[in-house]
Design a protein around this ligand. Structure first.
Ligand code: 5RP
Length: 231
């Protein structure tokens, strides 16, 4: 007997399956991280078992790497393939210009590296992720070198954010790159994502932000009325 999945997961799965249909023989593919990206990875694995022949896939996290390997997806890396044909990943928030907040899963740095190596970045999500303005539903995650966590927190707070160190129980959450994550809530939302991103990048010790601006070319949303594509 197959376990029933809740509607939101069903929508995420619809988006993941639709994105997997975009993958063609000979492509080098980037694999995102999170529950929606996992549905894409599973659908891609199924297509490969059915005969699709990709050159290889680059993972954006250890978790995704393990999942992809378990499904028989051929794995590669950015040294072997510095340019990818397509990157598919989820998002926490998607605004009308396809600017994103990402990083609730803590993989934002590798996600941004892999996404920036791709000719095309397709976001997969369910409709709850669409927002008019970023920053109202999810805090903005930023990845920070542990040594710099206190001064970086203070500088982000000076920009108007409430800043919280992400923790697993009583200990800081550690990223795949051995850094910490600060979750930053901007009470008024983020009116100018590019300006905020530039301000944050001027803080020494801050490695990367979860703002993905002008990177996604298309969003595929599964929902109650089927799959919708935004670009
Ligand atoms: C991980 C991410 C995820 O893509 C994002 O959190 C969306 O996750 P989900 O598909 O589980 O809702 O950015 O760092």
């Amino acid at each position: 007997m197959t376990a029933a999945i809740n509607p939101q997961d069903a929508w995420k799965q619809m988006a993941g399956v639709a994105a997997a249909e975009l993958i063609k023989d000979g492509m080098v593919v980037g694999l995102g991280t999170g529950s929606t990206a996992s549905f894409f990875v599973q659908a891609l694995g199924l297509r490969i078992q059915q005969g699709l022949q990709i050159v290889g896939a680059v993972s954006s996290s250890q978790v995704t790497q393990t999942l992809a390997a378990s499904l028989g997806i051929p794995l590669t890396d950015l040294d072997t393939h510095p340019e990818l044909d397509m990157y598919v990943d989820g998002a926490d928030e998607i605004d009308p210009k396809l600017c994103l907040i990402k990083g609730a899963g803590g993989a934002l740095l590798r996600e941004k590296i892999v996404a920036s190596a791709a000719k095309r970045f397709v976001v997969v999500a369910d409709p709850t992720k669409r927002v008019e303005q970023l920053g109202h539903h999810y805090p903005l995650p930023v990845e920070v070198v542990p040594l710099a966590i206190t001064p970086v927190s203070r500088k982000i707070a000076q920009l108007g954010a409430r800043v919280k160190l992400r923790q697993t129980g009583a200990t800081p959450f550690i990223t795949d790159n051995h850094n910490f994550i600060l979750d930053c809530t901007f009470p008024q939302g983020i009116s100018n994502p590019a300006e905020l991103d530039a301000q944050l990048h001027r803080i020494v010790g801050l490695v990367e932000t979860g703002l993905f601006i002008n990177m996604a070319s298309q969003a595929i949303l599964g929902g109650p009325d089927g799959v919708q594509v935004f670009q």
